[in-house]
Structure formats: structure tokens, C-alpha cells
Design a protein around this ligand. Structure first.
Ligand SMILES: [Zn+2]
Length: 265
């Protein structure tokens, strides 16, 4: 599939807009917990129930056996707008995965260095190996990124072909807590459920765009792919999503990394 450049430009623009709004993020409109009824903090999703959403899977060249959609059971507690934000964040993860594979495919030679691989190679030096991995030693960020994106392919196939347990997206609100997408690190390589918990305290913040939510979602996917924290400079699980949030561009000295990774869980 040839990649149309316009969606990439739109994405970069939205990321830059999101980052530009970071300085005005502090949300005075979030009610302090004392003003909320206790049941509002974290009503269990099983009472409200779930409904299934299907998200289209792009078709990068060189990859066979992809499902047309991945599926999630999403809590009925989300508003329609919040649900759309979550869908957009997942689509952004899929988009960057597809761009990497397309650039790596390199017209069939399959030897390309994608922009995401190059950026990760520049900045990521720590925790390059997923928990489950016991292949040839991963010694640089490019190889870590390629392993991670191949694992995304596995996760996408297992979900979309209904091999992994049904994936759940749960609702929580944690006022004055920046991370948006919460999950656990997977220890397995196959049939990994794509379970996430979304902190709507941040999702309700109009200063948070898809560039930030998508970056937090990308970080969470890396946890499901077996990569571990710290949330700190030079760790792969932090540097790789920051590359996505910067549109693969180099770091700007005046913008500290914590501007981005404060949204990672
Ligand atoms: Zn994390």
C-alpha cells in the first residue's frame, strides 16, 4: 500500500499543536476529589457494561495474514467524545507501526531504517529487551524498535483473529495524575490481551490532543509488548513513544523530556 503523505502531515501538525499547548495544560477545572461523590472516582465498569469497538488495521507491505480490524470491549462509562479520543489514540499507534513497516520494507528489499527506528536508535540505550525475548542480544535502539514493531504485528494478529483473550478498555478518573493510558507489562509473547485503563481526568482536558494521548497509548502498547520502565530519558519504552510524539524529529533542548513522559504510566 503506498503511503499518502497527507495523513502524515496532518498527524505531525496535530502533534505539534498538542505539544505547543503543553504549557497551558494545568487543568483548574478538574474537580478536587472532595467535591466528587465517592462513586464517581472509579465506578466499576462491570456495572455499566461494555460494548465492542472495531478499529481498522492499516495494510503495510510485506506483512501477510493481517486482520482487517482489532477489537476492544470498551466501558460504557466513557462519553462518545472520550471514546473517539481513545479510538484516535489506538489508530495513531497503528499508523506509526504501519509507517515503520512500510519504510523498512523499502520497496521489497526489507532493509530500510524507518524514521522511528532511526530516532529510537539515537536516543534509546536502556531496557532494549522485552521480558519474553531470548534471541540474539539486542544492542541498539534500532533493533529494539524492530523487535517491538514485530511484536505489535503479533499482538494485532492475535487480537484481530480472536486468538488472544478479549481486550478490555476500562474507565478510571484519577484527578491531578498525568498518566493517561495505564496497563501492565506482559511477560508472554503470544495471545497477549490488549487491556488498558484510561484516566479520563486527563482525557477531559482540552489541552490534551491526540499527540499526547497517542504517545501515552504507544507507551502502554510497549508494556503489552514486554518492555519495562523506567519512565526516564534513554529508556526504550520512554524514548520510542517520545520519538512518535515529536514526529520522529530530534529533541529540542528547550523542551525537557518530562514534558512528554509525564503522561506515561
Ligand atoms: Zn510505563
Amino acid at each position: 500500500m503506498p503511503i499518502n503523505i497527507q495523513p502524515i502531515l496532518n498527524l505531525m501538525q496535530s502533534i505539534l499543536q498538542s505539544v505547543g499547548q503543553v504549557s497551558s495544560l494545568l487543568p483548574p477545572f478538574i474537580l478536587p476529589p472532595s467535591l466528587l461523590p465517592p462513586s464517581f472516582i472509579a465506578p466499576p465498569s462491570f456495572i455499566a457494561g461494555y460494548h465492542e469497538i472495531a478499529i481498522p488495521v492499516p495494510t503495510p507491505p510485506g506483512i501477510t495474514g493481517l486482520p482487517p480490524f482489532i477489537y476492544f470491549d470498551i466501558s460504557n462509562l466513557f462519553t462518545a467524545a472520550q471514546e473517539q479520543n481513545i479510538k484516535d489514540a489506538i489508530s495513531l499507534v497503528l499508523f506509526n507501526w504501519a509507517v515503520h513497516l512500510t519504510q523498512k520494507w523499502n520497496g521489497g528489499l526489507n532493509n530500510g531504517i524507518s524514521q522511528l527506528a532511526a530516532c529510537s536508535n539515537t536516543y534509546a540505550t536502556k531496557n532494549l529487551r522485552p521480558i519474553w525475548y531470548n534471541g540474539v542480544a539486542i544492542t541498539n535502539g534500532r533493533k529494539a524498535l524492530e523487535v517491538a514493531m514485530d511484536q505489535f504485528t503479533q499482538m494485532i494478529k492475535d487480537n484481530g483473529l480472536r486468538k488472544s483473550p478479549r481486550a478490555r478498555i476500562d474507565w478510571i478518573t484519577i484527578p491531578f495524575y498525568d498518566p493517561i493510558v495505564l496497563t501492565t507489562t506482559s511477560t508472554g509473547q503470544t495471545r497477549v490481551p490488549l487491556n488498558f485503563i484510561i484516566n479520563v481526568a486527563q482525557l477531559n482536558n482540552p489541552g490534551i490532543g491526540v499527540g499526547i494521548t497517542g504517545g501515552s497509548m504507544f507507551h502502554a502498547w510497549l508494556h503489552r509488548a514486554g518492555f519495562t520502565d523506567s519512565n526516564a530519558t534513554s529508556y526504550f519504552i520512554t524514548e520510542c513513544p517520545m520519538c512518535v510524539m515529536r514526529g520522529y524529529q530530534p529533541k529540542i533542548p528547550s523542551i525537557p523530556d518530562s514534558t512528554f513522559y509525564r503522561y506515561f504510566a
